[in-house]
Ligand binder design. Structure first.
Ligand code: SF4
Ligand code: SF4
Length: 257
């Protein structure tokens, strides 16, 4: 019959309308905002930052900036915190997310190695300021681990168990004794036993007597070694030798006498 479907639909609506006054299960709507339906655990919209205990010191984020690099629309902005000497403090000084740009893809959550960022479920985010009002800063974004448990209980329990396991492993590793260093070259003893090497320093070489330094020309002459003989006329004699007397022939007068 033509219009039968419409009649069936109208009948169902009328039935729900009448019975909703006596049967609460027939009431499929709630009086929002006074009343709200519970959200599924899988509901997600924009990210938030998780902290443990203390909102200032307990922030899990170490400002590694992996999420900032991986965010497809680049709507995360992070500046690392530093102390007065400029040393990094493993915490963000600035952590902003522009939720007017965020597309709720959850990639930032997937890539975070510290379980520091998770997806929130808040949906009442209307603002009168289109730009500044939708730019969430670190104070807006940080929320406790208890809040995380309240919106994603199964996921939060799994994360807590994993973090506790990693913490226990790190503590056990820190408490383990350091491996012994390999011993230096051992020296065999007369009995064949090997004793730890005792390094005996080699005997020091005797230092040669320093030569006296001449301070005057005379001393320098004395101190100087004999010069080598030179060739030539004057030569065979040392330069310092006195000149040899030359033999002179007798004159004719002397011969006559
Ligand atoms: S939220 Fe995670 S990935 Fe992003 S900066 Fe912090 S620690 Fe790194
Ligand atoms: S949910 Fe996606 S778009 Fe939004 S901040 Fe994270 S990575 Fe960026």
């Amino acid at each position: 019959m033509y219009g039968e479907g419409i009649i069936k639909g109208m009948a169902q609506t009328a039935k729900n309308f009448v019975t909703s006054y006596i049967d609460k299960d027939r009431l499929t709507t709630v009086e929002y905002p006074e009343e709200r339906l519970p959200l599924s655990q899988a509901t997600r919209n924009f990210p938030f930052l998780v902290f443990d205990n203390d909102p200032e010191k307990g922030l899990r984020c170490v400002a590694c900036k992996i999420c900032e690099k991986e965010c497809p629309p680049q709507c995360i902005y992070i500046i690392l915190e530093r102390d007065e000497k400029g040393k990094p403090k493993k915490a963000p000084r600035v952590f902003d997310i522009d939720i007017s740009v965020c597309m709720s893809c959850q990639i930032c959550v997937e890539v975070c190695p510290f379980d520091a960022i998770k997806m929130d479920q808040v949906y009442e985010l209307s603002r009168t300021d289109r730009f500044g009002g939708l730019l969430l800063n670190k104070t807006d974004l940080r929320k406790s681990n208890e809040y995380y448990h309240s919106i994603h209980p199964d996921e939060a329990a799994e994360v807590d168990a994993r973090l506790a396991e990693e913490k226990a492993k790190a503590a056990a590793k820190a408490a383990a004794p350091a491996p012994a260093k390999p011993a230096a070259a051992a020296t065999p003893t007369a009995g064949g036993a090997v004793s730890p090497a005792t390094t005996t320093p080699p005997p020091a070489k005797p230092v040669a007597d320093p030569k006296p330094i001449a301070t005057t020309a005379t001393e320098a002459t004395k101190a100087a070694p004999n010069p080598a003989p030179t060739t030539g006329t004057a030569g065979i004699l040392p330069a310092s030798s006195p000149p040899t007397p030359t033999a002179t022939k007798p004159t004719q007068t002397e011969l006559n006498l």
